[in-house]
Ligand binder design. Structure first.
Ligand SMILES: *Cc1c(COP(=O)(O)O)cnc(C)c1O
Length: 494
């Protein structure tokens, strides 16, 4: 009988808390930092999910069988899953307790009223409309505000937002500041709207524009924050032109933390106060509760306008459910109500953002080119910059993502030419950047997991110049990155 090796208990010696050298974010000291230099995970563990250990040889077989596409892996064959921070966070004991309180009444459930009150406490909108995910809120919103010939500007639309805008016949435009396009440039609010461009845009084509949006933090732009000043200025411009101002608020708490850290005059204010200021200048919001509401599922649409709310609820009843549950069960509404009180906790946010800073600083020290400063929910590696011998059309981001899995069992996500390179005419063009995203699930991994990720990059540094690129062997017509199959080109395997 073969002896199964249990977990190496010596490894627990590395289960130490964050050893932060200096509590700074590269942009100045962190206000309100605790006395000790070590920023610990502000929770202890009550329930664990075992990670199944695998060997490099096994992983090489798993990824080959998945057509070298990380979306094709079984999650139990992954050691550290950094594919996404969406719905992958750990719920707290009070959230699990709240789930038992969930009232599944079809209409008028007290769980809805607790959820609604928790949303309105932070985002003072008149109407709160629950949906099963953020994209359902977007689909409802743009079925009303979108349509042929319309244009909708944002700092950067997230891909489902753009998808729902385009499905309505409208066009989405990205007007983020120019600094956002330089990965190595340090700027405190790289997610900001370019206000001059927005003014010019509205002056030129304002007639086609029903609303102005802002995504906080700017997910497609690397999780970079938007300043309170920029939110207020964008609202002022939109309102002066008679347009609705809407916020895609998926990472509102992370954004508020950055405002508190980096915006002059905000350092002494509470996170809920800053959050309320952000939303009080808006006419509505869309939300994915799988991000900054600590949910595994859920979302909402909130608006002030009564007519808009009435149309949205009619659509909601047709596609999601009755307005007091929408796309969720009563127990989900309870988990989100509790999650909203936890996400604005400063100890949590300090630990959350420090995790990304910790990884970025260490990768930087290894000479791995990373997007700076660290964003709110993910670390982005510049694969094109690190693997310059791989042509962009041979997908350096994919090569890096596959190597991270083979060497260390880390699952990341290519955000580059695989995702954006295919043109409508079927031709292929390099994307603006070839990045690999390490998205950090909320409250799920510890510092030793972060140290492990850094160590894998260290091992990779020794062999990266021999890594080969990939070609796409099979692909669907749209959104190919989810399901396409790759074949390795010449080069040594990791
Ligand atoms: C995740 C996300 C969405 C879509 O939300 P889902 O819950 O995944 O449907 C929209 N906008 C942003 C910025 C997101 O990060």
């Amino acid at each position: 009988m073969g002896v199964e090796r249990g977990p190496d208990l010596r490894a627990t010696a590395t289960l130490r808390p964050h050893r932060v050298v200096v509590a700074t974010n590269g942009l100045g000291p962190i206000s309100g930092a605790p006395q000790m230099k070590t920023i610990i995970e502000p929770f202890r563990i009550k329930s664990v999910e075992p990670i199944r250990m695998t060997t490099r040889a096994e992983r090489q077989r798993f990824i080959r069988e998945a057509g070298y596409n990380l979306f094709g892996l079984r999650s139990e064959d992954v050691l550290i899953d950094l594919l996404t921070d969406s719905g992958t966070g750990a719920m707290s004991a009070p959230q699990w307790a709240a789930i038992m309180r969930g009232d599944e009444s079809y209409a008028g459930s007290p769980s809805f009223h607790r959820f609604e009150a928790a949303v309105k406490n932070l985002m003072p909108f008149r109407h709160v409309i629950p949906t099963h995910q953020g994209r359902a809120a977007e689909a409802i919103l743009f079925s009303i505000l979108g349509g042929m010939g319309r244009r909708i500007p944002s700092n950067t639309h997230f891909d489902t937002t753009r998808g729902n805008i385009e499905a309505s016949g409208a066009i989405g435009d990205d007007l983020v500041i120019a600094e956002a396009r330089d990965p190595a440039l340090v700027h405190p609010f790289k997610g900001n709207m370019d206000l001059d461009r927005l003014e010019a845009y509205l002056a030129e084509q304002g007639e086609q524009v029903p609303c102005v949006m802002l995504t906080i933090t700017n997910n497609a732009g690397g999780g970079q924050p938007v300043s309170l000043g920029n939110i207020q200025a964008t609202a002022e411009i939109a309102h002066r032109h008679g347009k609705l101002f809407l916020i895609d608020g998926c990472r509102f708490a992370e954004n508020a933390w950055f405002i508190k850290q980096r915006e002059p005059g905000q350092g002494e204010r509470s996170i809920p106060e800053i959050v309320r200021d952000c939303f009080s200048v808006a006419d509505g919001m869309t939300m994915s509760a799988k991000k900054d509401a600590f949910g595994n599922i859920g979302g909402w649409l909130a608006v002030n306008d009564d007519d808009l709310a009435e149309q949205a609820r009619a659509h909601l009843i047709r596609t999601e459910g009755f307005p007091t549950y929408g796309g969720m069960a009563g127990r989900d509404l309870e988990a989100l109500a509790q999650g909203l009180s936890e996400i604005v906790d400063e100890d949590y946010l300090r630990y959350r953002i420090q995790t990304n800073i910790y990884i970025v600083e260490r990768l930087d020290a290894l000479g791995v080119p990373v997007v700076k400063p660290a964003g709110g929910h993910a670390v982005f590696v510049d694969a094109r910059g690190w693997l310059p011998h791989i042509d962009p059309l041979a997908y350096p981001g994919q090569a890096l993502a596959v190597a991270l899995y083979e060497i260390g069992g880390i699952r990341s996500c290519e955000i580059g030419t695989v995702m954006f390179g295919r043109q409508p005419d079927g031709s292929e063009r390099p994307a603006a950047m070839d990045l690999v995203r390490l998205a950090i699930p909320r409250r799920t991994y510890t510092q030793s997991h972060a140290d492990y990720v850094v160590e894998v990059f260290g091992d990779l540094a020794a062999i990266k110049d021999g890594l080969g690129g990939y070609r796409i062997a099979r692909e669907p017509k749209a959104l190919r990155h989810f399901t396409c199959a790759f074949e390795p080109l010449e080069g040594v395997s990791a």
